[in-house]
Write a protein that binds this ligand. Structure first.
Ligand SMILES: [Mg+2]
Length: 368
């Protein structure tokens, strides 16, 4: 099988809430997304997607995807998409880093592998380990009362895992987490996510201020090394996210005992191929995982869901139904959510197809 054509579509996903706000003044109401169609000589077409969570979150931005695809297209066209690791190696040799831009190609290759084999992608990642994935919900930055109201609203819809955005200040962050944790029901999970906003002193003071609260702290400081330095003085499990962008960084973080949990966003690592290795490494190291995407439609959600559902249940903290954070959709067949859990279809491939009416005409095409 050979890749004959790469067609690129762009779209805009509107945030379903008022505004998606997190620390350091990052506020977004819409997210530009890129969908890639890989057409093969057998008639099978695979689809992938990448949608950064704004340009100031990870080293990734939507407008950078197409220039990077121009670098990647010559080494992708003519290759066999079912040889996923071989193709990833070709992309790595052609373009250093930029995992986000390799992600839609990688996802489309896994989609093709599944469609060609008439099997869902999760089969190739280890197979289904659970009926459905527990999912967490992100609550944007707000006052304690606003945050509690959001948690109550999500709780009423069946969600039991909450990621609370923090980063307004030591007293404010402590008050917010105390308020929401005081409302906790048995089995609920609370994570306070600073998104790298705290310096070392703030991280220590906030953790000590929350000594009575059963919660986790996510990405307290910007750099992994600073999280490692403060960790002996923190009273809470630490989850790392945006400071880990490669397999080497994850390996070093595990070796340095930097974290108890990790957020694996496929596009940080270049898609399923690399994230799967990191997933398996973290299972072995006893690191709990959120397996998700930074943002996206049903295609991005499906890809992360296939990796999540094939993860040992004791290692999977939760996943994210990121497509449901949008008020508009650009794909059919997105994973369905029921009572705080996300289902993964057993349709061949990723099980999702773009909505071409919503996407409109392609913006770029690369051919052999
Ligand atoms: Mg995070």
């Amino acid at each position: 099988m050979r890749i004959e054509k790469i067609t690129v579509y762009t779209g805009e996903l509107s945030y379903a809430g008022k505004a998606y706000s997190f620390s350091q003044g990052r506020i977004y109401t819409a997210f530009p997304t890129t969908v890639v169609a890989l057409k093969t000589n057998t008639g099978i077409t695979g689809y992938g997607e990448v949608c950064p969570c704004g340009p100031a979150y990870m080293p990734a931005y939507a407008e950078g995807v197409i220039p990077a695809l121009e670098q990647l297209a010559p080494v992708v066209l003519g290759e066999d998409p079912t040889h996923t690791l071989s193709l990833m190696r070709r992309m790595d040799l052609a373009l250093n880093g930029h995992g986000f831009a390799k992600t839609p190609i990688d996802l489309a290759c896994w989609d093709i592998l599944g469609k060609h084999s008439e099997l869902p992608v999760h089969v190739f990642l280890g197979g289904r380990m659970m009926e459905s994935i527990p999912i967490h919900r992100v609550v944007p930055l707000g006052t304690p009362d606003e945050t509690l109201a959001s948690v109550d609203e999500l709780r009423a819809r069946g969600y039991g895992h909450f990621q609370i955005k923090l980063g307004l200040g030591v007293a404010e962050d402590i008050a917010t987490m105390q308020t929401v944790c005081a409302s906790a029901r048995p089995g609920e999970v609370f994570v306070g996510d600073a998104n790298a906003a705290w310096n070392r002193t703030e991280a220590i003071r906030i953790s000590r201020g929350l000594r009575e609260q059963d919660c986790m702290l996510e990405q307290p400081c910007t750099a992994t090394v600073d999280c490692i330095t403060v960790r002996p003085q923190l009273l809470h499990p630490v989850k790392l996210d945006e400071s880990l962008g490669s397999l080497a960084e994850v390996r070093a973080a595990i070796a340095a005992n930097a974290m108890d949990a990790i957020a694996i966003k496929l596009s940080k690592f270049g898609g399923i191929t690399r994230s799967r290795v990191i997933r398996d490494l973290c299972v072995d190291a006893g690191i709990a995982m959120t397996i998700e995407e930074a943002w996206g439609s049903g295609i991005a959600s499906a890809a992360s869901a296939h990796l999540a559902i094939s993860t040992a249940p004791e290692a999977l903290l939760n996943g994210t139904d990121i497509h449901n954070y949008n008020s508009n959709q650009i794909a059919h067949g997105a994973p369905e959510v029921d009572n705080g859990h996300m289902k993964v279809a057993d349709r061949p491939g990723l099980g999702t197809e773009p909505d071409f009416d919503a996407l409109g005409d392609p913006v770029r095409e690369f051919k052999r």
